[in-house]
Design a protein around this ligand. Structure first.
Ligand SMILES: NC(=O)c1ccc[n+]([C@@H]2O[C@H](COP(=O)([O-])OP(=O)(O)OC[C@H]3O[C@@H](n4cnc5c(N)ncnc54)[C@H](O)[C@@H]3O)[C@@H](O)[C@H]2O)c1
Length: 313
């Protein structure tokens, strides 16, 4: 069975992807600096002889060179700063952990003769387009956050490695991904605020932000399908369901699941949570559907399942 590697392998999506790939019989190495990732997300795999965890930072090029095995078939590159709001406060965070980190992994892959990369980009590359449905070939791409800008820079470098060094690349631009082991995001945030003080809930922005939320299993299924079925040298896919949900609807669902009544809801001014937040985004999914992808959960169902699983843990 093939050897594969996940960067960001102890994170939310990376740990679920790891569980999936191990179940399919692959030999898996997971790299993570544990800045956001947690050992507990992968601890159940530590006794599996086909699993290896390496605590390493993608910014440390020499360490990467030492730990990457040239027998690896595909690198699933997930490591990044996934906290968009933090990146708005300090732009160097995204530059280092997305642009520089992606360059480092590409360079080490090149040196070791590893040529296949599966990259989790983000819908932030599209910028603030409003209600219009966005297909993969939309342009010009004008991101409004460092998160989006550095994701775009990573896509561009990957594209050049495909051309210059005969790499093969699959890239996805997912909607908001949610589920168990989520360590940030609106649902996680609401639950934690309410646990601390159940009398009030502060919502960033007017609560009308309207986005698509996808359950983790639907994303893992998309990654597997794309990796298995798309044989082109380079491909890009949006990954989103057709449904959306507003932040106010999410807040009501969290309150209901936590059985909280008479909670004072405060909104901050403006149509978005923070500068760099894209308040309304709608992605097409026809390209992904054309290779056989069907999602199981609507945005509403995904949010409910996530609230329930985060409340149990
Ligand atoms: N969660 C979403 O809604 C969503 C949507 C679109 C794209 N993505 C992308 O998917 C990927 C995974 O996201 P996630 O939600 O699982 O986030 P996450 O923060 O749980 O996972 C990222 C992991 O990368 C690790 N990491 C960060 N910088 C590193 C570095 N320099 N060296 C080594 N490890 C490092 C972190 O510790 C973390 O475990 C990210 O690239 C993210 O941008 C996520």
């Amino acid at each position: 069975m093939k050897k594969v590697l996940i960067t960001g392998g102890a994170g939310f999506i990376g740990s679920h992807l790891g569980d999936f790939l191990l179940k399919k019989g692959y030999h898996l190495t997971a790299i993570d600096n544990l800045s956001w990732g947690k050992k507990e997300f992968i601890s159940h795999n530590l006794t599996n002889p086909r699993f290896k965890f390496i605590k390493a930072d993608l910014l440390n090029y020499k360490d990467l060179l030492n730990v990457l095995d040239s027998q690896i078939d595909t690198v699933f590159h997930l490591a990044a700063n996934s906290d968009i709001m933090r990146g708005a406060i300090d732009p160097s965070i995204d530059f280092k952990n997305t642009t520089q980190a992606t360059f480092n992994i590409l360079e080490v892959m090149r040196k070791k003769g590893i040529k296949k990369i599966f990259y989790t980009s983000g819908s932030g590359v599209y910028g603030d387009i409003g209600k219009k449905k966005i297909p993969e070939n939309y342009g010009p791409l004008l991101p409004i956050s460092m998160y989006g800008a550095t994701k775009l820079s990573a896509e561009a470098m990957i594209s050049s490695f495909v051309n210059l060094y005969d790499f093969q690349a699959w890239m996805i631009r997912p909607a908001n991904i949610i589920g168990s082991r989520a360590t940030h995001g609106v649902i996680y945030d609401f639950i934690n605020r309410l646990k601390k003080d159940p009398s009030k809930l502060d919502i960033l922005g007017n609560g009308k932000q309207n986005k698509s939320y996808l359950y983790i299993t639907d994303v893992i299924n998309a990654i597997d399908l794309i990796w298995m079925r798309d044989k082109s040298r380079i491909s890009i896919y949006n990954v989103a369901s057709d449904s959306t949900i507003t932040v106010n609807q999410i807040a009501r669902m969290v309150l209901k699941e936590m059985c909280l009544k008479q909670v004072k809801i405060n909104h901050s001014m403006g149509d978005r949570g923070w500068k760099g937040d894209v308040p309304i985004i709608s992605l097409t999914n026809s390209k992904l559907s054309s290779i056989g992808w069907k999602y199981q959960y609507s945005s509403k169902q995904a949010v409910r399942k996530t609230v329930q699983s985060l409340l149990i843990n």
